[in-house]
Design a binder for this molecule. Structure first.
Ligand code: PMP
Length: 460
């Protein structure tokens, strides 16, 4: 398997410092130390460069976040201006500042109907932890403290803090920290290609949505606080729900008086071709969590959006709400997020993802289905997955020891493309500013790298 070979002394120096002192997210450290981390030094538009001068097209928009592309002066200037004017002030003790006030009002404009109040955090994980506390507080305020159980889904990814990791349904995340915490349960997710067998996607979507009803009836609606889910499951393998899934979930949550918290960290801000995944799928959330695309990743900022009955309950409570971070609504992060949303609106990036560019991306994605290694492609807007399989007819996967997805990703890195592997599903989620010409470059490289892994596996 090829890997990056550090050529320059500078690269080696950074790799050595990194190996000696830096703990990375989701990494087997001694393995990384042996080969040395790839050092990324600059980025512009839809491209990134490593310290050896190699240019890569970033098919993942960083980590599903750089909606407006890299190197945008508007965002840099907004951050610089805020740094000079008000580099920090908190929003505790009955204060605010123009950036937090204006960003809250802007979010009320673009978020799904009924969501009109925003709590700021610094990461998607903190947002979901805050959401769990809001859910508990809401039911306590209603005089229903027994409504405590939160139902989430297998293969869900909601972050890494204690509550967010408990919400997450990727089981590898749990044992190291003795999770999930009590009161978090996981039901099946609508992974039709993997689990649907002979069922139509529509029948399968209904069947899996009704798992929620079954779980509610099993545990008693009087004990269930909320259902938490991503519109499309991202880090769980790009799982696109069949059209029947979300309408049924809406119905069930309403029928049993269960709050619906929608994690829009990946799907928010145009990724699915509308402002939010909830808009794309007709989801009726009580609460949403957003991060990533909110600032295009230029600054760490997240927001939990509430409205309706939760908003009223918290707003009208006679006691102080005991929650908040030093950096909640950080002025620089809010200023950059405002500039980001301004660019998105001026350049009609959501409309493009839902229109011509999204359609072109989906067409190019679908074309990969003629490849002998590709079992299914699936996507919406500017997000897509390519599932690599051993047998197209039976959908049989390769044994996990073969690390097919990981090896394909290595080919991508070596050939100038960032494409993520989740198991054997290759994932794309490029900046929303990507052009048709750049999509041609991206899909040309994707096909070349799938050819290379097919060759390794003796499939061509
Ligand atoms: N929710 C979802 C749906 C995510 O994809 C992620 C991160 N990929 C998170 C929450 C956690 O966000 P963060 O890494 O900013 O804590």
């Amino acid at each position: 398997m090829s890997q990056t070979v550090a050529k320059s002394n500078q690269t080696k120096r950074w790799q050595e410092m990194d190996a000696a002192h830096h703990l990375h997210p989701f990494t087997t450290h001694h393995e990384l130390a042996k080969k040395g981390a790839r050092v990324i030094t600059k980025a512009k538009g839809v491209h990134i460069w490593d310290s050896e001068g190699n240019r890569l097209i970033d098919g993942m928009a960083g980590l599903w976040c750089v909606q407006v592309g890299y190197g945008r002066e508007e965002l840099a200037e907004a951050g610089y201006k805020a740094l000079k004017e008000l580099p920090f002030y908190n929003t505790f003790f009955q204060t605010t500042h123009p950036y937090a006030a204006e960003l809250s009002a802007k979010l009320a404009e673009v978020t799904p109907k009924g969501i009109d109040r925003f709590f700021f955090a610094n990461s998607g994980s903190e947002g979901n932890d805050s959401a769990v506390k809001i859910i508990r507080y809401y039911w306590n305020l209603q005089g229903k403290p027994q409504k405590k159980v939160i139902i989430a889904r297998k293969k869900a990814y909601h972050g890494v803090t204690m509550a967010s990791a408990s919400l997450s349904g990727l089981t590898s995340m749990h044992p190291q920290a003795d999770l999930p915490l009590p009161g978090f349960v996981h039901i099946d997710c609508p992974y039709w290609y993997g689990d649907g067998g002979d069922m139509t996607p529509e029948d399968f979507g209904l069947k899996i949505a009704r798992r929620l009803e079954e779980k509610i009836l099993e545990l008693g609606a009087e004990n269930i606080a909320a259902f938490v889910a991503e519109p499309i499951q991202g880090a769980g393998g790009l799982i696109i729900p069949p059209s029947t899934y979300w309408p049924e979930i809406n119905r069930i949550c309403k029928k049993y008086d269960i709050l619906l918290h929608v994690d829009e960290v990946i799907c928010g801000f145009g990724r699915t071709g509308k402002w939010f995944g909830s808009d794309t799928y007709g989801i009726e959330p009580d609460m949403i969590n957003m991060a990533k695309g909110l600032s295009s990743g230029y600054q760490p900022i997240a927001a939990v959006g509430i409205g309706g009955r939760i908003g009223e309950a918290i707003f009208n409570s006679s006691e102080e709400w005991s929650h908040g971070f030093t950096y909640s609504g950080h002025p620089v992060a809010c200023a950059v997020a405002l500039a980001n949303l301004d660019v998105m609106q001026k350049e009609k990036l959501v409309e493009k993802a839902g229109g011509e560019i999204g359609a072109y991306f989906q067409k190019k994605l679908k074309e990969l289905e003629d490849h002998p290694l590709v079992g299914e492609t699936r996507g919406v807007g500017l997000i897509g997955g390519i599932e690599l399989v051993k047998d197209k007819k039976t959908r049989e996967k390769y044994p996990s020891e073969l690390d097919v997805g990981y090896r394909c990703r290595v080919h991508c890195f070596d050939n100038g493309l960032v494409m993520r592997a989740i198991g054997d599903t290759m994932v794309l989620s490029p900046p929303l500013v990507i052009t048709k010409g750049e999509l041609d470059e991206l899909f040309g490289l994707a096909r070349r790298c799938i050819d290379l892994i097919a060759k390794d596996l003796g499939r061509s």
